[in-house]
Design a protein around this ligand. Sequence first.
Ligand code: 13P
Length: 251
Amino acid sequence: MNKTIYFIANWKMNGNHNSIKEIELVFRFLKKSAINKFIKIIFCPPATLINFFRIKIRNRLINFGAQDISKINVDNGPFTGQLSANILKNSGANYVIIGHSEKRLIDEDFKTIKEKINVALKNKLKVIFCIGEDLSQKKRGLSLKILKKQILSSLEKKINFNNLIIAYEPVWSIGTGIVPSNNYLNKVYVDLKNFLKKKYNVNSPIMLYGGSVTKDNVATLGDISLISGFLIGGASLKATSFIKIIKNYFK
Ligand code: 13P
């Protein structure tokens, strides 16, 4: 085992101050587990909680990320409601999720996503860039075409992949309990890898899977060698199920 496996908890619009107990349980598990050398754990709670959690757990076994960032590339200023890269970093975030399908539905278009990615990278926040096709696109056989369009429209030609994680999250899998077959996923990841090599000259992009990941399917998903980890929604909210996902991956 020589690559780092990512387990990223996307808490979406969930959590409160009491949720620190879930993170503490995960931390306690990691501290006494030999697995911790091979994994990266990133919690992405609502932005209002990042600083509170970071202060409670200063250990680098636990990392934090935000779920959004302002596209405005200044540290501070008269921009009501905006959270700059600087403000996010100051709160304890080292990562930011950009391009999630739930956010695309609300207010993120291609141009905005590209701007946000550029702002994050310029300001040394690592980006978790989400891509994914919806069910009707999949049914029409357009999955790979859509994924490539999402990539090309958001990533600059000379982008640095050292600070970029690509999370493939089929929209039809998020929160549905439906997980694509390994056969389907293998094809997608092989194709994406070749595409990224061709367009961006990157050899080993970090590519994750997200969508209904649970303790019961993580081992099967782990058979796909091009997947370097998971972006987990519902099953990341409780420490018990999050820890089981990590354990079962390595079983
Ligand atoms: P679920 O794991 O709840 O399907 O959510 C996946 C997701 O959207 C993570 O970003």
